[in-house]
Design a protein around this ligand. Structure first.
Ligand code: UTP
Length: 289
């Protein structure tokens, strides 16, 4: 079955980026001139997704507004002859069918995903974490969908992380299959040093088969008292196996301050409007470091 639905969980509290995220969702933090969630929606659309459910919570209405039409602004741009910007703005609201649902209680990523059961309606779905922006020529979500189409198993997007950081992420038991694809038969969330399975960790993307929703219903709170998506996916990995794709593309963690700064600098350097000026500025300032 062709995957056309995606879920973007964006209901986290974003405590690592406070106070910026006190009233503004971290998914709306810009990288140069676009909110990070727009990069994520664009990646989903470039991967063949037509319907996107964004999981939100209180105070995240501006995410909905961002993907809505903005008649007053459009009218003003039309009057002032800013045709290119007008077209860009309209394209944002026309990209995909965007739906939202509130998580109501922040009980963890697994709990957030479980809210999407009705939306998924028995179909496999792609999941793009709302604070993980991945930039690359070949959309990361599409790379995972290709693996789903080929192997018919749930898929996780992975990268190797530095050994000293593995306790902050998940750790996967993997065997190489071909190219950038591995078979995953076990996983653990935020392992202590005796339970590390490998330094491959799930970073920001997965494709989930329909049975994940029944598993999530019986998944008990795990690390941090939260219902962990990794714990639910572990059941899939252990019973049927999953595939893991070491995706091409650079991933930026928009959930922490250093990640936001790296994304800003690297995207700005390649930006058609400000790239050259920013490069000159960086060269100049780097001499004083
Ligand atoms: P994080 O683990 O980064 O959690 O969530 P967080 O609460 O947003 O951030 P900190 O740790 O307080 O700084 C990973 C993804 O899961 C979503 C987040 O929005 C983010 O996209 N999430 C997390 C939910 O949608 N609901 C939750 O209950 C938890």
């Amino acid at each position: 079955m062709k995957i056309t639905k995606a879920i973007i969980p964006a209901a986290g509290l974003g405590t690592r980026v406070l106070p910026a995220t006190k009233a503004m969702p971290k998914e709306m933090l810009p990288i140069v001139d676009k909110p990070s969630i727009q990069y994520i929606v664009e990646e989903a659309v470039a991967s063949g997704i037509t319907d996107i459910l964004i999981i939100t919570n209180r105070g995240k209405g501006i995410i909905e507004d961002h993907f809505d039409r903005s008649p007053q602004l459009e009218y003003s741009l039309e009057l002032s002859g800013k045709a290119e910007m007008l077209e860009q703005l309209r394209a944002i609201s026309d990209m995909a069918n965007i739906y939202t649902i509130r998580q109501k209680e922040t009980k963890g990523l697994g709990h957030a995903i479980s809210r999407a059961k009705t939306f998924a309606n028995g179909e496999p779905v792609a999941v793009l974490y709302g604070d993980d922006v991945i930039i690359g020529e070949h959309p990361a979500c599409g790379q995972l969908i290709e693996a789903y189409d080929k192997y018919g198993l749930g898929v996780v997007g992975v990268k190797e992380v530095p050994p000293e950081d593995i306790h902050k992420y998940s750790s996967l038991k993997v065997e190489h299959l071909e190219g950038r694809i591995y078979k995953c038969t076990d996983m653990v969330e935020k392992p202590d040093k005796d339970h590390v399975l490998s330094y491959f960790s799930i970073l920001g993307r997965c494709v989930l088969p329909p049975e994940i929703f029944d598993i999530l219903e019986r998944t008990k709170p795990g690390v941090g008292g939260e219902i962990q998506l990794t714990d639910a996916m572990r059941e899939l990995a252990v019973t049927k196996g999953m595939t893991a794709v070491d995706f091409e593309g650079v991933r930026y963690d928009m959930g922490n301050k250093l990640g936001i700064l790296k994304a800003t600098v690297e995207v700005a350097l390649n930006h058609p409007e400000v790239g050259q000026g920013f490069r000159n500025y960086l060269k100049e300032i780097s001499q004083t470091l």
